[in-house]
Design a protein around this ligand. Structure first.
Ligand code: G3H
Ligand code: 13P
Ligand code: ZN
Length: 359
């Protein structure tokens, strides 16, 4: 199917009450494995590329791979999204490469490390939104910094994340400020800070409300019931995957991620996009390790990659099922970018925050 915008997909998800996992891609194997999962359960899919992915694969390769996916999986609606855009140039170049959605992450300065102030974040996000909407492209903003409520540390594990110690105020999105931010910027979706962080080492114990602040989701949803919320750092880092990774020579100390049941609660309170990369990485890496260990004379890369792809497909399928995304592709037909642009201009695609309620 022609690619669709994040806004179209999340509006549909809100109407039907489901969430959509956003999986990161860097190469053909990840793309094919994720698409196979989406097709097998008739789910729409959000594919996202970080700046790291864009420099790893190259913009031309990434955009041609998405074109190939559209041809190979004609019944699967695809959103192509820029993950953690650090400045305007990153977002505009993504739009030029055919991305239908961008994240302008103005919670950090353009270096991707220094926490930015509210005025900076609002101004840059509003500028990107104005341009994007004129082209029909969707925008995700972020308010608050990802990081651990246990340690007070931001996370720079993936090269994008606040450095050093952060206060609770920085680590938790302020619901009142969220209302102001979405009204001032007009973003289509808002990523929030609630104690999640990127990578495998999110929590040192099974998270409870002290370290995974689901109350932030509920408080924002109470004020902005129609706003699409985004949970970053939402890999679950399942024990079985840790165990499999370690069984074949990996060294991953025991750790906890975001339980799928908590994400399911979030979906009831407006979480529509759920970012997952680490689980995909571990699922693939565990199979690479297994083949290395079990078949030491193997040197055909396909023999390593195929089991990895199968593991990724199984993981993605289970997230599509858990979040209610499975089965939703058939009731979506692509709204062209030009139509989305016209709707933004005419105001008929009003900013969802306009539907906020006072609490
Ligand atoms: O934003 C976090 C994702 O896991 C992407 O990571 O920047 O290493 O590609 P990356
Ligand atoms: P994880 O590291 O938890 O998979 O989060 C990925 C993410 O938020 C990408 O933006
Ligand atoms: Zn993220």
């Amino acid at each position: 199917m022609a690619r669709i915008t994040l806004r179209q997909l999340l509006d549909h998800a809100a109407e039907k009450g489901y969430g959509v996992p956003a999986f990161n891609i860097n190469n053909m194997e990840q793309l094919l494995a994720i698409m196979a999962a989406a097709q097998s359960v008739e789910a729409p899919v959000i594919l996202q590329a970080s700046r790291g992915a864009r420099s790893y694969a190259g913009d031309v390769m990434l955009s041609k791979m998405i074109e190939a996916a559209e041809v190979m999986f004609p019944s699967t609606p695809i959103v192509m999204h820029q993950d953690h855009g650090n400045n305007e140039q990153t977002c505009y170049s993504a739009m030029l490469m055919g991305f239908t959605s961008v994240m302008m992450d103005g919670s950090l300065k353009a270096d991707g490390k220094t926490p930015a102030d509210y005025a900076y974040n609002t101004a840059i996000t509003a500028r990107v939104t104005e341009v994007a909407h004129d082209l029909g492209v969707s925008v995700e903003g972020e308010l608050g910094c990802l990081g651990s409520l246990e340690t007070g540390q931001g996370e720079a594990e993936d090269g994008h994340g606040a450095e050093g110690v952060l206060s609770h105020d920085q680590l938790l999105t302020d619901p009142e400020q969220a209302v102001e931010f979405v009204t001032a910027t007009g973003v289509d979706a808002l990523a929030i800070a609630m104690g999640t962080s990127h990578g495998a080492y999110k929590f040192s114990r099974k998270p409870d409300g002290d370290i995974l602040a689901m109350n932030v989701v509920k408080e924002i949803n109470a004020r902005l019931p129609n706003l699409h919320l985004v949970m970053h750092g939402s890999s679950s880092v399942p024990e079985e995957l840790q165990e499999r990774f370690n069984r074949f020579g990996g060294k991953m100390p025991a750790t906890w991620g975001v339980p799928v049941e908590e994400i399911q609660v979030g979906i009831k309170y407006g979480v529509r996009k759920i970012n997952i990369d680490t689980d995909c990485r571990i699922a693939m890496a565990a199979e690479l390790r297994r083949v290395c260990q079990e078949v030491p004379d193997e040197f055909d890369p396909r023999k390593f990659m195929k089991p990895s792809m199968d593991a990724l497909t199984a993981l993605c399928r289970s997230r599509f099922e858990a979040f209610g995304t499975a089965g939703q592709a058939k009731s979506l037909s692509a709204i062209p970018l030009a139509t989305m642009a016209k709707r933004y201009r005419s105001g008929s695609l009003g900013p969802r925050p306009a539907l906020s309620v006072a609490v």
